[in-house]
Design a protein around this ligand. Structure first.
Ligand code: PMV
Length: 328
């Protein structure tokens, strides 16, 4: 039996613009998905999941034609299962054991579909645990590549490398097209606010694409987000956290202009700023889900706790560890 874990992430800068070739800077956070893999002799896959923002479920199946019989929203279960399936497939391929069976248990501290990279974390941890259980050790970069391939498959070819690379390697990373690298970052005092909901990434990305085609201002806005990311990289290199906060505020304003914020996200962003956060912005696709603020004090977390529309607020420091073995 092997247990591996991988972190979730926030976008410090650059979501949406990264789709059009601008750079983005996601950062891993100390909220993890843990996947346990135990080989079975009969070639079947049994999945047990807990804490995925859905009531735990257990599914046993031998191939994709078996319909899981569970009491949870079908689309969430399907989404969860397809990432696990794709991770198992990658692990089998990496180990050269196409018929390997597994008991898989997933425990995650990362809300689903809320902009914190839950699927990338589950996929990376699943690939790591599955391959190690079969006696093969992959580097973080190899896990990142396989996790990206798994996401591409599940998301019909629509995935950037940002989430999977960040989750596999940890820390702050810079992603521009296929070019992914780790970058230096100071300690970042992240505070996260979660509205309990989720955005539809595909729809939100399509909305920005349409706006960008119709209006020059929207195309310029995407380019301006790229400029903010480049300034943000300098601030990160200098360890200038005040400047990072300011740039996050600009980035949120531009995402708002592109129509991907929401009332609850804006309310949480303003509550954080009013509480004295150095900066705050939505993270991920938007439409609902999470905001990220920078605040070394407790003020933002406390204020978010009283903010209408905020269901959960928590601190999550930058996690310098990517995918790692917890038990073997
Ligand atoms: O909400 P998330 O964590 O899936 O992030 C989506 C980020 C986008 O830039 C909007 C899309 C992408 O694939 O990069």
């Amino acid at each position: 039996m092997v247990v591996s874990s991988a972190p979730g992430k926030v976008y410090l800068f650059g979501e949406h613009a990264v789709v059009y070739g601008e750079p983005a800077v996601p950062c891993a956070i100390e909220r993890r998905a843990r996947v346990t893999a135990e080989a079975r002799d009969d070639g079947r896959i049994r999945v047990h999941a807990e804490d995925l923002s859905l009531n735990g479920f257990t599914v046993e199946y031998s191939d994709e034609t078996d319909a899981p019989d569970v009491d949870a929203s079908e689309s969430l279960v399907e989404a969860g299962i397809s990432y696990i399936d794709a991770a198992v497939e990658q692990a089998r391929e990496a180990a050269g054991e196409p018929d390997a069976g597994f008991d898989i248990t997933v425990e995650s501290e990362i809300p689903l579909g809320a902009g914190l990279g839950s699927s990338a974390a589950v996929t990376a941890a699943g690939i790591d645990a599955g391959t190690r259980e079969l006696g093969v050790e992959l580097t973080a970069e190899e896990v990142a590549e396989r996790a990206y391939q798994a996401e591409l498959e599940v998301q019909d070819g629509e995935a950037s490398r940002a989430d999977t690379f960040c989750s596999a390697t940890g820390g702050a990373v810079r992603v521009e097209g296929d070019d992914c690298r780790s970058i230096e970052a100071p300690d970042l005092p992240f505070v996260i606010g979660f509205d309990g909901g989720a955005g539809d990434t595909g729809k939100l990305v399509a909305g920005v694409r349409a706006l960008r085609e119709e209006y020059d201002f929207a195309a310029d806005t995407v380019g301006n987000i790229g400029d903010i990311v480049r300034s943000g990289e300098e601030a990160l290199a200098e360890g200038n956290v005040e400047e990072l906060g300011k740039l996050m505020n600009f980035n949120h304003g531009l995402l708002e202009a592109l129509g991907v914020s929401s009332r609850s996200l804006d309310q949480m962003v303003w509550a954080a700023r009013d509480a004295g956060a150095l900066g705050a912005k939505l993270t991920g696709a938007g439409g609902g889900g999470c905001i990220v603020a920078l605040d070394p004090t407790d003020a933002t977390e406390t204020a978010l706790g009283y903010t209408p529309g905020c269901e959960d607020a928590f601190r999550a420091e930058l996690d310098t560890d990517g995918v790692r073995v917890e038990e073997a």
